[in-house]
Design a protein. Sequence first.
Length: 128
Amino acid sequence: MARWAFLAFVVIAIVMGLVIGYMAYSATGHWLDTNVMNADADVMLVLLILGIIVGLISIGVKDVTPFLIATIALVVAGTLSNVWQPLGTIHQLLYDWALTILKYIVAFATPAAVIIAIRLVFSIAREK
């Protein structure tokens, strides 16, 4: 069940990244357009809440280390937005999509990783 929930949330992040990325591309002010900023904030909030839910209920003990390593990789890739810049030379929409999809996946995975890491620290402290 947890695996399917996580996969569904990643699909939501990808779909919303495509939608909001296109909104930003086609808006007059791009990312500074009020409608784009509001939609972006709404999606980020929903993904943050979903990440908290996943962190609280769905990652099993054997999946903790791989999940945390994957989240670290996503956060590092998310902070290196210049990596995606060459896509903008091909077409600006590709850059907007890549940046937004990764941002939304990170917005979902990061709160889950923080909660899982805290749970892991408490379980280690209880063992000693």
